[in-house]
Design a binder for this molecule. Structure first.
Ligand code: NAD
Length: 327
């Protein structure tokens, strides 16, 4: 039994792969190791995974169907596929829109086509995003809310992923679960995310750009809570007969929005230095607030986030200082 993890060298893919490997589960990781952010961080994550003898890795592009099918078509060892590879980031989707459609839309299609060709596959779990809620102002965001007001191309591609998954689950009797992640942070975070950007700026005593004058909130979710939720949803230990086809969507978040300025304050306390704030207008594509209604995932999987930012942020800062050898 193997789990195929796409985006295994990425922030969430790495943390998930390590968790699975430590449980003794075989993981096949794939990633194209692109240069959207510092490749040495991706390689550092990979080198940790490569030390485990139940880990296998292939560098490949999920949108390249010939390569993907050549590697995995007909594989009868893969029982679960967790699809996390994506072109992430809201702001970059205004700079390089094509890569979002190629990776997030064509990539999702290719992964779903591959699923049809994996005879022992029981479950596809894939990453969606809180971004699909776009300009909604009804809070908290619930899976029952309409999500047809995207404010970025990134959000459009994630919504498209959900629609493609819905059609494929019906057409081909696949069991598929989409998870709408709410701002994930923690050790090994992405360099384009606020925890990383703000920590770097505070340590280096450079200004932090605070958009919309700080009047924003996010449902910041600690990575270990996310991984616990993903593993629960994967349901890897269930026998095959319990797996019913169908497509489900769940929010996975902390269920406690934090004001941006409070988040920065916790970072300052953890680092032991003040931030230099540079207040700026709202960025195109950004949303004012995210707040996850997690009733469904709580009811169906007993998911319960345990990490407030006062606990999670110091763990991130410790990782950052240790990784970059900052005293
Ligand atoms: N981190 C968050 O807060 C957050 C929030 C909402 C949704 N998500 C989603 O969760 C998933 C994981 O996000 P992350 O934060 O770990 O991002 P990440 O960028 O760290 O990881 C994604 C990985 O996918 C790889 N990749 C990109 N394009 C690829 C391609 N064409 N073929 C193969 N590999 C490719 C990248 O090299 C990277 O290592 C993504 O789908 C993202 O959209 C993340």
């Amino acid at each position: 039994m193997s789990v195929l993890v796409t985006g295994a060298a990425g922030f969430i893919g790495f943390n998930l792969s390590l968790n699975l490997l430590n449980r003794g589960i075989e993981v096949i990781g794939i990633d194209n190791l692109n240069s959207y952010y510092d490749i040495s961080l991706k390689n550092a994550r990979l080198s940790i995974l490569r030390k485990k003898n139940n880990f296998d890795f292939h560098k490949c592009n999920i949108a390249d169907r010939d390569t993907l099918f050549g590697l995995f078509g007909g594989n009868d060892n893969i029982t679960c596929l967790v699809h996390l590879a994506a072109q992430a980031g809201v702001r970059y989707s205004l700079v390089n829109p094509y890569t979002y459609v190629e990776t997030n839309v064509m990539g999702q299609l290719t992964i779903l086509e591959l699923c049809k060709d994996l005879p022992k596959l029981q479950h596809l779990v894939y990453a969606s995003s809180s971004s699909v809620y776009g300009g909604n102002d009804k809070l908290p965001f619930s899976e029952d809310d309409r999500v047809d007001r995207p404010v970025s191309l990134y959000a459009v591609t994630k919504k498209a992923d959900e629609l493609i998954a819905e059609a494929y689950s019906q057409l081909y009797d696949l069991k598929i679960t989409g998870l709408r992640f709410f701002t994930v942070y923690g050790p090994w975070d992405r360099p384009d995310m606020s925890a990383y950007l703000f920590t770097k700026a505070i340590i280096e005593e450079t200004p932090i750009k605070v958009f919309n004058d700080g009047k924003m909130s996010r449902d910041f979710t600690y990575v270990d809570d996310i991984i616990d939720g993903v593993v629960r949803v994967m349901d890897i230990y269930s026998p095959k007969e319990k797996q019913n086809p169908g497509h489900k969507l769940y929010n996975i978040g902390n269920n406690k929005p934090e004001k941006l300025l409070r988040y920065i304050q916790v970072l300052e306390e953890s680092i032991g230095k003040p931030a230099i704030l540079e207040f700026s207008p709202m960025q195109p594509g950004d949303v004012l607030e995210t707040y996850a209604d997690i009733t469904s995932i709580q009811n169906d999987f007993d998911f319960s986030p345990r990490t407030p930012i006062e606990k999670g942020i110091p763990k991130f800062v410790d990782w950052y200082k240790n990784f970059y050898q900052i005293k």
